[in-house]
Every structure is written in C-alpha cells, then in structure tokens.
Design a protein around this ligand. Structure first.
Ligand SMILES: N=c1c2ncn([C@@H]3O[C@H](COP(=O)(O)OP(=O)(O)OP(=O)(O)O)[C@@H](O)[C@H]3O)c2ncn1[C@@H]1O[C@H](COP(=O)(O)O)[C@@H](O)[C@H]1O
Length: 106
C-alpha cells in the first residue's frame, strides 16, 4: 500500500479541474502555478517560525501544511511526485559511492 504522501499526491492530481467550492486543491490550481508557489512559501515561513520558537506541536502541523502545499506546487507545474522520489533514490545511491570513495582515501 502506498504511503500517505503518495496517496495524497494522487488525490491532489485528481482534483485538477474539479469544483473549486468543493475542493481546496482545485481552488489552488485555479489560482495558477505562481499562486501555488506563493502559498508553499507562506507555509514554509510559518514552519520556520515554529521551528525557531521550538514549538514542536505547531511545527508538526505546519510541516504537514508544507508537504501538502509542496505537492500542490509540484503538480501545478506538471512535476510528478514519483519523479521527486526517484531523484531522492538516485542521490541515496550516489551518497553511498561518495562515502566509499572517502573511506578509500583514508
Ligand atoms: N492535507 C491537506 C491539507 N493541508 C492543509 N490544507 C489546507 O491548506 C490551507 C492552508 O491554510 P491557509 O490559512 O493558508 O488557507 P486559507 O485561509 O484558505 O487561505 P487561502 O488559501 O484562501 O489563501 C487550509 O485551508 C487547510 O485546510 C489542506 N487541504 C487539504 N488536504 C488534503 O488534500 C486532499 C484534497 O483536499 P480537497 O481538494 O479539499 O478535497 C484531502 O484529502 C485533504 O485531506
């Protein structure tokens, strides 16, 4: 079963073109990709503030908002979430190689 982020990405994708009165994601898409990016920035700043203040409960909630708005922003520009995950996996492999090379130097 896919994790919650992957499920949410699929739900968000399906909201494109739906009724703005019934779907917050549809409302954001209707505002355009620049607005989606702006919303992501706002949520990120809110998370930064909670992190700086050390309020873990609020940071947890803001982090969830950040992830939601990241998925909206990616989708608004046609970037697939699975491609982001693939990029992370590619780096994961690379860091192993770098780590091995560094070990050889010692
Ligand atoms: N995970 C989320 C989620 N996280 C945050 N948000 C919304 O993001 C908004 C962020 O807060 P804001 O104060 O900035 O929003 P706002 O006051 O409406 O401000 P504006 O967007 O109008 O500027 C809130 O309205 C939250 O409800 C979310 N809205 C929806 N989801 C999930 O996304 C899926 C699709 O949602 P719908 O498109 O609404 O069906 C559903 O499964 C939901 O569970």
């Amino acid at each position: 079963m896919p994790n919650v982020l992957t499920r949410l990405a699929h739900t968000i994708e399906k909201r494109k073109g739906e009724d703005e009165k019934k779907s917050y994601a549809a409302k954001l898409f209707a505002r355009g990709p620049e607005k989606c990016a702006e919303k992501f920035g706002e949520e990120a700043v809110e998370a930064i503030i909670e992190a700086a203040k050390g309020r873990r409960k609020k940071l947890t909630e803001e982090a969830a908002d950040v992830l939601f708005h990241l998925l909206i922003m990616l989708s608004s520009r046609g970037v697939k979430f699975e491609d982001v995950l693939a990029e992370l996996e590619r780096r994961e492999g690379k860091s192993g190689i770098v780590e091995k090379a560094e070990r050889k130097k010692k």
